[in-house]
Design a protein around this ligand. Sequence first.
Ligand code: SF4
Length: 145
Amino acid sequence: MRPEELQRALAEVRAVYAELAQRPLERACLARTECCQFQLTGLTPQLTKGEALVAAKGFRATGRKELPESADGACPLLKRDTGKCMIYADRPFGCRTHFCDAAGGPFPRKQILDLIRRLEEVDHRLGGDGPRLIDAAVADALAEI
Ligand code: SF4
């Protein structure tokens, strides 16, 4: 991937996240990380390629190289000793639109559909295959950046 193509994709995905934060949707993530326990929730975030690249960049910025193995069914980006997300500022769209009940439940799709479409456009431009499970999507993105 050309550097300018990567930069453009990162900027567009971050713009989508910033716009989501401006939406008048009442939700409050308390960073309880219950939604990061995929085995318990039965729900695993799926990322478009642009989201995966943003997450991978955030992960690399922590000084880490390889995605940790996740043997306990939780997100590999959840730091086990602190219980915090390693990439909170760069967390994927699904982690922001809260399937978490404590944060207020999932956002109504029709209120964020335009943002989903923008992420899909970035995915298409990057030759992505649509949303993929977080582990595989971020591992592949790490190999690309
Ligand atoms: S990316 Fe962060 S917020 Fe999202 S599930 Fe993983 S640890 Fe939780």
